[in-house]
Design a protein around this ligand. Structure first.
Ligand code: AMP
Ligand code: MG
Length: 485
C-alpha cells in the first residue's frame, strides 16, 4: 500500500542523538476528511496524488496510519520569543519522516496539529481549521512568488473540535520542508546538549543543506556564512513583496533559508515601514521595517550558539562570528537594491539608484499608496486612481526615472518585461484570505481554491486577476492577525 501511494520515507533526523527529539506517534482522530490537496506538489515529491486522496491515503494525513519507513518524532528546540529565551520543541507537530523524491531530494513531511507531545506544555497539540488553511494559502502564494518557503501538501479536518475562545473545527496540515532545522535547534544544542551533540548537529546540517562547504577548512564558519547569505536573500525577498512574517522568533527562522511558520503573517497594503498586523506584537518588534535588523539579531543568536565550534580560542571565535554577522546588512542591502532595480525596470547600476527608490517609497508612505498596486501601475504605465500619481513631486520623480531608463541600452520593451516579471499583480490580500476562510468554515472550499489558483501565477498579468487586485473597502478597524494556536 505504501508503495502504491508513493511514500519513500527515511528519517535521518531520527539518527541524531536522542537529545534532539522524542519518538512520538500522532494521536488518531475520529473522522478525517480531506479538504484540500496539492496535486502538483504531490507529483513533484513522487507521490501518487489519486491514491493519496482515497480513504486509505487520507489516514496518513490524519495521523491515523503511519506509512512504511516513517519514524514519527517530535523535535526539540529552543528559541528567543520576542527577545526572551525559552525551551520549546514541537508542541503541536510530528515529523513523519523525509520523503526521498525521484529527483534525489529529501523533504521533511510533518503533520501540524496531531495532538500532544512532551513539548506541548499547557497546549493541546491540536490545530484549528482556519489557521491551517491560512498557512496553506499563504505558503503556496509565497511559492508562487518565487520565495523559498515550506509548502503545504494537504489539510484534513479531524471531525473533532478544538477549544480556543470558542469550539472550532479541528484540522491537520501536512507541511513539506527542506528541513525543520531552526536557529532554535542550534540554541537548544548549545544550551542543553554536549559539545559533541552540537558538533553532530552542525555536521548533519552541513551534509543536508550545504554539501559544497562541508570540506572547508573551518566548516562551521562556512555554515554560519551560508546561513547569513540565505537569510539575507530571503528577507530581501519578503521586503520586496511586502510580506510581514509577524513572529520572527529564532525558533521560526530556518537554517535552510525557507520561510516557515505562517501564523500571524500578512501582506502590507499601504506602504508604511511601521506596519504590524499581529495582535501580540504590541511594540512592533516585528514590523515590516524591522524585519531586516531582526534577521541580523537572530543570526547573531545563531552565531553565539556556534561559538564553541568556530575556534578553540573563544576571543577568536567571537571575532570570526562578528565578522560573519557583519556581512548580513551588506548582503541584505545588495539583494534589496538589486530587487528594487528590477521592480523599476533597471538592468544597470548607478550610484543614484538608491535615492531614486527611497524617494519613491517616501512618497508612497506620505500619500498612503498601496505597495503592490503602485509598482503594478508603474509597470503598465497606468498612473491613475491614486492620490500619489496626481502630485507634482511624483511627476518630477517620474521624469527622473524615465531619464534613468533612457540611460541604459536595453530597449523599453525589455524594461517593461523585467517589471512584469518582478512586480506581482496579485498577493494574498487580507480581505481575500478572510473571505476564503469564512466560506471554507461554512463548508464551501471553492472560494479558497480559486484564490490559490490565482495566487499560483502572480506574474501572469492576465485580466482574470483584476478582481484580486482591488483593495478592501475602507474600514475603521485595522486588520489584526493571530497566532492561531
Ligand atoms: P509557533 O507560534 O507556532 O511558532 O509555536 C511556538 C511554540 O508553541 C512551539 O513550540 C509550538 O509547538 C507550541 N505550540 C503552539 N501551539 C500549540 C498547541 N496548540 N499545543 C501545544 N503546543 C503548541
Ligand atoms: Mg514556530
Amino acid at each position: 500500500m505504501t508503495k502504491e501511494l508513493g511514500w519513500n520515507l527515511d528519517n535521518s533526523y531520527a539518527r541524531l542523538p536522542k537529545a534532539f527529539f522524542t519518538d512520538q506517534h500522532p494521536h488518531p482522530v475520529q473522522s478525517p476528511k480531506l479538504v484540500i490537496f496539492n496535486d502538483a506538489l504531490a507529483a513533484s515529491l513522487g507521490l501518487n496524488g489519486e491514491a493519496l486522496k482515497s480513504e486509505d491515503g487520507v489516514e496518513v494525513f490524519a495521523g491515523n496510519r503511519i506509512p512504511e519507513g516513517a519514524s514519527p518524532l517530535a523535535q526539540a528546540y529552543a528559541g528567543h520569543q520576542f527577545g526572551y529565551f525559552n525551551m520549546l520543541g514541537d508542541g503541536r507537530a510530528v515529523l513523519l519522516g523525509e520523503q526521498m523524491t525521484p529527483s534525489g531530494d529529501r523533504f521533511d513531511i510533518q503533520l501540524k496539529g496531531p495532538g500532544r507531545t512532551p513539548y506541548s506544555r499547557g497546549g493541546d497539540g491540536r490545530a484549528a481549521l482556519g489557521p491551517m488553511l491560512r498557512e496553506y494559502i499563504i505558503s503556496e502564494a509565497m511559492h508562487g512568488l518565487g520565495i523559498p518557503t515550506t509548502r503545504s501538501l494537504a489539510v484534513v479536518t479531524t471531525g473533532e473540535s478544538v477549544i480556543r475562545e470558542t469550539a472550532l473545527p479541528g484540522a491537520i496540515l501536512t507541511r513539506v520542508a527542506a528541513s525543520h532545522l531552526r536557529v532554535g535547534t542550534f540554541q537548544y544544542a548549545a544550551n542543553w546538549g554536549t559539545t559533541e551533540d552540537l558538533q553532530t548537529l552542525a555536521d548533519y546540517t552541513l551534509k543536508r543543506h550545504f554539501p559544497d562547504v562541508e570540506a572547508d577548512e573551518n566548516r562551521y564558519l562556512s555554515l554560519l556564512q551560508e546561513v547569513v547569505k540565505r537569510q539575507a536573500r530571503l528577507i530581501s525577498q519578503w521586503q520586496l513583496v511586502g510580506f510581514i512574517h509577524g513572529v520572527m522568533n529564532t525558533d521560526n527562522m530556518t537554517i535552510s533559508g525557507e520561510t516557515i511558520d505562517y501564523g500571524p503573517c500578512a501582506f502590507m497594503d499601504v506602504y508604511d515601514p511601521a506596519t504590524v498586523f499581529s495582535s501580540i506584537d504590541r511594540e512592533g518588534r516585528y514590523a515590516y521595517g524591522n524585519q531586516p535588523p531582526i534577521g541580523g539579531w537572530n543570526l547573531a543568536r545563531f552565531a553565539e550558539s556556534l561559538l564553541s565550534l568556530l575556534h578553540d580560542d573563544q576571543d577568536q571565535a567571537v571575532e570570526l562570528a562578528q565578522e560573519a554577522i557583519s556581512e548580513f546588512p551588506k548582503l541584505y542591502q545588495h539583494h534589496w537594491l538589486s530587487g528594487m532595480r528590477t521592480k523599476l525596470g533597471l538592468f544597470t547600476e548607478e550610484a543614484e539608484d538608491q535615492s531614486l527608490v527611497e524617494d519613491l517609497l517616501g512618497m508612497m508612505q506620505k500619500h498612503r499608496a498601496d505597495y503592490t498596486n503602485t509598482f503594478r501601475a508603474l509597470t503598465f504605465d497606468k498612473l491613475e486612481g491614486m492620490e500619489l500619481f496626481g502630485t507634482p513631486e511624483f511627476s518630477q520623480w517620474h521624469e527622473r526615472w524615465q531619464a534613468r531608463l533612457g540611460r541604459q541600452d536595453e530597449p523599453k520593451a525589455s524594461s517593461s518585461q523585467l517589471m512584469r516579471d518582478s512586480n506581482p499583480a496579485v498577493i494574498p490580500r487580507n480581505h481575500r484570505v478572510e473571505e476564503a476562510l469564512e466560506a471554507a468554515n461554512n463548508g464551501d472550499y471553492s472560494v479558497m481554491e480559486r484564490l490559490i489558483d490565482v495566487l499560483s501565477r502572480p506574474f501572469a498579468h492576465v485580466p482574470e486577476q483584476d478582481d484580486y487586485c482591488t483593495l478592501p473597502a475602507l474600514s475603521n478597524r485595522p486588520y489584526r492577525t493571530f497566532c492561531g494556536t
